[in-house]
Design a protein around this ligand. Structure first.
Ligand SMILES: *[C@@H]1O[C@H](CO)[C@@H](O)[C@H](O)[C@H]1NC(C)=O
Ligand SMILES: *[C@@H]1O[C@H](CO)[C@@H](O)[C@H](O)[C@H]1NC(C)=O
Ligand SMILES: *[C@@H]1O[C@H](CO)[C@@H](O)[C@H](O)[C@H]1NC(C)=O
Ligand SMILES: *[C@@H]1O[C@H](CO)[C@@H](O)[C@H](O)[C@H]1NC(C)=O
Ligand SMILES: CC(=O)N[C@H]1CO[C@H](CO)[C@@H](O)[C@@H]1O
Length: 402
């Protein structure tokens, strides 16, 4: 009966295997179903996206077509007028020719007198053209839409890449932790406490505020006393950022440039840093925006990441910036965005006070010139930093004469 028991066991085992097979099959078909449902949902999301874009395309094309029609109608009208004018002139010409063949002198003189009175004015042709502002802004709206789509598509690509590296990092960290634990068990090393970075007290906060206010009251001439000449650091430039005019002008290339590999180079975000860095003192520089649909001006620590979505200005704890995103202006630090009122100025002043622990962004030449101020305790040297996204964006560092 040991054999019977064995048979029982085998019977039970086989039943278990059969059940497991069923589960696998059921789970497989469930997976197929779930995936197919999700794919349908994604398809419908994308067809909605495409419809929205197509609607925008249709609308944009219609704006141009309407303008074309308006101007063509005018051309037709003027052409018609010119046609009847031409007929009028022709008939006058004919009448004069007839009169010249008149044999009877009296009749000729009479006719000539009458014809002298008649005149044909030159036809006036008005200037007719399409509204260039309308055409250009309509085209620009399409370019902006493209930039937004491009930006969000590349960002989700970067986020996916980051997810993978993050998983790897976590794995390494887990291994490191095990190793560290083993070490401490052996050596019983005391754990060092992290240095305290206590919040500044109220008195200090008040004096910082006063200090900032005193800078906001300064005229541009006074600020220029702190002027720093800044040039751009080629080794940090992303391979779509073109540097020109002796490293003071930056723009965006449509095709990747063949910059050599460098550990300081941005690989994912089209950014570049200044060559000069500031650890102490007060520094002021100005940046001219020549086309600012998508760009950012800020400062960062030299230790800021150069890879992955976190290397974008303002998206980490090591950088502070103002960003122009289509028609929106925001401040960014530590991945926190604050929307700001629009500014017309195309020249932006940056005042960095290292010891005071603040950076002020100002609209040069505007009455209320404050765009935004960040207050913090800087712990490392700071570099001027720039993000340039859309093609056509040009930023120039103003060289200050002293
Ligand atoms: C086989 O399964 C039955 C009921 O499912 C149980 O009573 C029995 O003890 C099992 N036999 C063995 C040998 O595992
Ligand atoms: C099948 O699905 C169930 C419930 O979803 C789950 O508990 C089980 O682990 C799955 N089995 C396999 C082999 O994937
Ligand atoms: C856009 O225009 C095309 C052609 O006129 C038309 O077939 C299509 O339905 C329009 N799309 C939308 C979303 O309005
Ligand atoms: C900045 O550069 C300009 C031109 O190269 C020079 O004339 C000026 O003295 C410099 N200013 C400072 C503060 O270094
Ligand atoms: C390098 C760096 O500063 N990384 C930080 C960027 O900011 C996020 C939070 O927004 C931090 O988690 C990162 O450590």
């Amino acid at each position: 009966s040991a054999l019977k028991k064995r048979l029982m066991e085998l019977h039970n085992q086989s039943e278990r295997a059969a059940r497991a097979m069923n589960t696998v099959k059921t789970n497989q078909s469930q997976t197929v179903e779930t995936a197919s449902r999700k794919k349908d949902l994604i398809r419908s999301e994308f067809s909605e996206i495409k419809a929205l874009i197509e609607e925008k395309e249709n609308y944009t094309l219609k704006v141009i077509a309407d303008e074309e029609k308006r101007v063509c109608n005018k051309f037709d009208y003027v052409y018609g007028i010119l046609g009847s004018k031409k007929k009028e002139i022709q008939s006058l010409k004919d009448q004069i020719e007839m009169a010249l063949t008149e044999g009877d002198d009296v009749l000729f003189l009479k006719r000539a007198a009458a014809l002298q009175q008649m005149s044909a004015k030159d036809a006036f042709v008005p200037v007719i053209e399409m509204d260039q502002n309308l055409i250009q802004s309509t085209y620009q709206s399409a370019v902006n839409l493209k930039d937004i789509v491009k930006l969000s598509v590349t960002q989700s690509k970067e986020a996916r890449a980051e997810e993978h590296t993050h998983k790897e990092k976590t794995l390494y960290q887990a291994q490191d932790t095990l190793r560290v634990e083993a070490d401490t068990k052996e050596k019983k090393k005391p754990v060092k406490a992290a240095p305290a970075t206590g919040t500044p007290n109220a008195a200090a906060a008040v004096s910082t505020k006063e200090l900032i206010d005193s800078f906001l009251k300064k005229s541009r001439e006074e600020l220029l006393q702190y002027a720093a000449n800044i040039t751009l650091d080629y080794n940090t430039a992303h391979n779509k950022v073109i540097l020109s005019e002796r490293y003071t002008r930056m723009s965006v290339s449509d095709t990747p440039l063949n910059y050599n590999h460098h550990p300081q180079r941005f690989t994912d975000c089209s950014q570049v840093l200044g060559f000069q860095c500031f650890k102490r003192g007060i520094h002021y520089w100005e940046v001219e925006l020549q086309q600012n649909s998508f760009c950012g001006i800020g400062i960062c620590y030299g230790s800021m990441e150069r890879q992955g979505p976190e290397s974008r200005l303002g998206r980490n704890s090591s950088s502070w910036c103002i960003e122009w995103f289509n028609s929106k202006i925001s401040s960014w630090h530590n991945d926190v965005e604050k929307c700001l009122p629009n500014v017309k100025a195309t020249k932006i002043g940056v005042l960095l006070h290292c010891e005071g622990g603040f950076v002020i962004f100002m609209a040069v030449g505007e009455k209320h010139n404050l765009i935004y101020k960040f207050k913090t305790q800087f712990t490392e040297a700071l570099y001027p930093a720039f993000w340039l996204f859309s093609s056509g964006t040009v930023l120039s560092l103003c060289q200050v004469k002293q």
